[in-house]
Design a binder for this molecule. Structure first.
Ligand code: FE
Ligand code: FE
Ligand code: ZN
Length: 299
């Protein structure tokens, strides 16, 4: 089982991320190279990277299963403002370079939002942008994330993902997100059906990451609000079946569930759930005292 969570990437860069992952008993992790909502980035410090790699080795964390996530404000889909589109292209090119420097193999990307233009034109823009970006050859592969369909998001069904994967001239993978799949209208109780269709249309070998999240909302509501494992509408048993699926054994599973605390607005007193969610997943037993345990552990 390769399982971890979203972790920070602060002043200690990858070294801090690895330490955080280890504190959750994770054997992989996902990070943003800076704040996910902005594009301010520091250059990579190679001595911190080397220390991080050493620590990963000591703790059986395989670097080729570690995931980077592109900031979600970049949008390759809409080019009405040419300079904004160019900025997104340049920024993603830089992100891939940073991943190459860090030795990271995969970067998850939200395909983008159409905003005011037709969806098929928006898909074409994404393909054009990716062809420009990937022409500058990077070892790091882009994984398109399956999206919930909030607003004008693209990549919300297999047809849209397939169009991008098939028409980009370079290898592109996919990252499944269980909350997004549910919210986009996929019935995860019939996950095998979805997986078979995915295999026929895109190929299971394209899946290199799975975001494991429960959902606060019902199937097909296009909301994208993550919930702690077993506390949402997808449920523990269904998530467990996906996590332990035979055909997805070697794919890293990444938790992006919300921090918990008595007062969610009190930033000082909300805590990461990941150590306890990972434990619960490995035990394969739902823990109805999960939230209390987390509060107790970190307070
Ligand atoms: Fe994402
Ligand atoms: Fe996700
Ligand atoms: Zn989400």
């Amino acid at each position: 089982m390769i399982i971890g969570s979203h972790v920070g990437f602060g002043k200690d860069q990858l070294l801090g991320s690895v330490k955080e992952a280890i504190s959750y008993n994770a054997n992989t992790f996902m990070f943003y190279t800076g704040a996910p909502q902005n594009t301010l980035r520091k250059s990579i410090d190679s001595s911190l990277t080397n220390e991080a790699k050493k620590l990963m080795k000591e703790n059986n964390i395989l670097i080729d299963k570690v995931i980077c996530h592109a900031p979600y404000i970049i949008n390759l889909a809409n080019n009405l403002d040419e300079s904004k589109w160019q900025f997104s292209i340049n920024f993603l090119t830089e992100e891939l370079k940073r991943c190459d420097e860090l030795g990271i193999s995969y970067m998850v990307l939200h395909p983008g939002s159409a905003v005011s233009i037709p969806r098929d034109v928006a898909i074409k823009n994404i393909i054009d942008a990716l062809n420009i970006i990937l022409a500058k050859s990077s070892k790091c592969q882009i994984l398109l994330e399956t999206m919930a369909g909030k607003g004008t998001e693209l990549g919300i069904n297999l047809d849209e993902l397939k169009a991008i994967v098939d028409n980009t001239h370079y290898p592109i993978g996919v990252c499944l997100d269980t909350c997004h799949l549910n919210d986009s209208g996929v019935d995860l109780n019939n996950f095998d059906e979805y997986l078979n269709l995915f295999d026929q249309m895109i190929g299971l070998d394209k899946i290199h990451c799975i975001h494991i999240n429960d959902s606060k909302n019902a199937i097909g509501t296009h909301k994208d609000r993550h919930e702690n494992i077993g506390y949402g509408t997808i449920g523990f048993e269904t998530l467990l079946k996906i996590i332990y699926h035979d055909k997805l054994k070697d794919v890293p599973k990444i938790l992006e569930t919300p921090y918990v605390g008595k007062d969610i607005l009190d930033k000082e007193r909300i805590y990461p759930p990941y150590k306890f969610e990972i434990e619960m997943i490995l035990n394969q037993q739902f823990d109805e005292k999960l939230i209390e345990k987390i509060n107790e552990y970190y307070k």
